[in-house]
Write a protein that binds this ligand. Sequence first.
Ligand code: PHE
Length: 455
Amino acid sequence: MGAQRGEFQSRLGFILAAAGSAVGLGNIWKFPFEVGNGGGAAFVVVYLTFCFLLCFPVMVAEIAIGRKTNKNPVGAFKDLGYHNWAFVGMLGLFCGVLILSFYNVVAGWAFGYFLEMVSGNFAIGKQFGPFTSNWVKIGLYGLLFMGTTAFIVSGGVKDGIERAAKILMPSLLAIIFFLLIYATTLPNAMKGLEFYLVPDFSKITPSVIYSALGQAFFSLSLGMGALITYGSYVSKRENIITSAAMITLADVGIAFIAGLMIFPFVFYQGADTAGGAGLIFTVLPEIFETLGPTLGVIIGSLFFLLLSFAALTSTVSLLEVPVSYVVDEHEIPRNKAVWMIAGFIFVIGIPSLLANGAVPMLTNFIDTGVDFMTWVQFVANDSLLPLGGFLITVFTAYVWKKHNLDEEISIGYPGYEGSFAQKLIHFGVSYLAPVILGILFILTVLNRFFGVSLI
Ligand code: PHE
């Protein structure tokens, strides 16, 4: 059955695909401005701690559940014999659909910016507002991006997802290193690096901790079953612990390098580090312009190509989750499932597409002062992902039970029993993750939906 469903051909293929899911807009678009808002290096320290102590065990649990059952997130819970936990998979599916619906819009902007940069239009930085309000243009870019995602996913696990990851991830690495080397030669680069690398621990406030945790969880693609799905295509020979460690390292490493690359650019021009979501789309094009017409076009296009590649391997994983569900549970052929679901999610994403200037009612959604796309992120990224992570760890530790988790991990890792890794995973899934994610969920819901701010 495993072979029929598709399986990653190599360990590297799986790691690249899963790291591709993790490395995305979250690393290159969100991480630097979260660091900027969170006061620089102190944020990075908190972020790293969460990634390794809390997120890593959740990732191991997700991959183990997927590999044990060879099923999509809904089927996995049923297959383990817990039908009334299948709702957790459903919640993940729902959350994934929501994330992809807005994520594809931003990915479309990134691709649109790539085309603008290629044609040397640096003024686009000043026209971010008019750009995102131009619904015909961004609609087409969004459609193109979703189409490319669907094309890759329709190729299946080996010939679609794995092959694309094997091309896109090394290209991404090459581009990011090239840009990094270039950035560090700019005047003021050291000031940027200092802001980024020298922590000022007085800046660690509860709200910095709160956003670092949310960022870590989103960035590692946890809480919605993306890694249950990818785990279901992993061979029994693989060592889940070392694979998860490599995926986490790759994600953290790329986010870190993205910061190393971006802050020298920002400080070179003395731009505001707390530039918010616009840091990349408004500030960077102007900085690229100052590099001169030829170099500016090269660096600018490479940057937005990098962003598009990173986004693409993530949209692929987001689409694969509902596709695997429909293919496994409803026995619909993959190709048909892919195009149907991609079309459906594109349609769901239309309000997000129109929420950045095109339609005033969506830009200031029901007079909340916040746009519709940000509302979707409140629901999906900020609330449902921590809830999903909470439920998955509670399930793993107290329902499925740790000895079953251990058994699955031990198949590819004979020395696991009694190891330090086992202690870390046990502590993570039984105590740390459920408690902290539960608190994160409650704080977020109180804050976003009831206006109560406890931190
Ligand atoms: N981790 C991706 C990013 O950082 C986003 C993502 C979240 C992808 C959840 C899949 C699942 O951009």
